[in-house]
Design a protein. Structure first.
Length: 253
């Protein structure tokens, strides 16, 4: 009933101001001045309401899966961590194997545990992903630190050596760093790996993994996963604002 009453009052107020606009040519000046002052006060409140609504509605919607894809894409995916809120938002003093969810795991070999992980809500108008992942490292004496992302099983269905696997990332960092992307393809008892360095000269980095030159048994592909390897991560904060995957067929020559 409260909502119906609010709606009724809103419609009555709208009708009142419509009539006021129509009658403004014939009102006495004192009454017109009072009506104008009332309209200005109302306009100020309305502009505040519109501004706050726009600020919230402009954020990427939770669960968003839309992102640019190359022509011929037959499979695409954004991991859940970048789409939906996690029950466990972060990990402080991450152990050597720290699982954020069922798809993303942090691995490192540093004995001093000064590593933190946190899922952050994206709020910029240019963000497409609802969430991002921040990796914060203080002292680091280990030899490697990597994020492992398990791709869903449908990524392997009908995957062939005629495909290219594209990974798009949006990376921000406090200190200059180097990030490598390594695609792993398990086929039967064997695993093929392809390593590429991300070009971080701009925040948006894209890397294509060409499967044509891999010795992969297409009929036995079982699992794919990606490792994001951060080189010399000490005293740095690296934020992966987005991470998406897609596969598409190589153009016919």
């Amino acid at each position: 009933m409260g909502r119906l009453l609010d709606r009724y009052i809103q419609l009555k107020a709208l009708g009142r101001w419509q009539r006021a606009a129509q009658q403004s040519d014939h009102l006495a000046l004192p009454e017109l001045r009072r009506q104008r002052d009332d309209a200005r006060r109302l306009r100020g409140k309305l502009e505040q309401a519109i501004q706050k609504a726009d600020a919230r509605l402009i954020q990427p919607l939770i669960g968003a899966t839309q992102f640019p894809k190359p022509l011929g894409t037959d499979w695409s995916w954004r991991p859940d961590l970048w789409r939906t809120p996690l029950i466990r938002k972060g990990i402080a003093s991450a152990p050597r194997k720290a699982r954020m969810d069922g798809q993303v795991i942090l691995f490192h070999d540093c004995s001093q545990v000064e590593i933190g992980l946190q899922q952050i809500r994206n709020r910029r108008d240019k963000d497409l992903a609802p969430f991002s992942l921040a990796v914060e490292v203080f002292d680091f004496q280990g030899s490697f630190l990597s994020l492992s992302i398990d791709l869903p099983t449908d990524a392997a269905i009908n995957l062939s050596r005629q495909h290219l696997m594209r990974v798009d990332t949006l990376v921000e960092y406090e200190r200059s760093t180097v990030v490598f992307a390594r695609l792993n393809i398990q086929h039967g008892p064997n695993t093929e790996q392809v390593l590429r360095e991300l070009d971080l000269s701009t925040p948006a980095a894209t890397v294509d993994f060409d499967l044509a030159h891999l010795n992969v048994n297409e009929r036995r592909i079982e699992k794919l996963w990606l490792d994001l390897i951060i080189d010399q991560p000490a005293m740095n904060r690296v934020v992966f604002r987005d991470l998406t995957f897609c596969r598409y067929h190589r153009a016919d020559l």
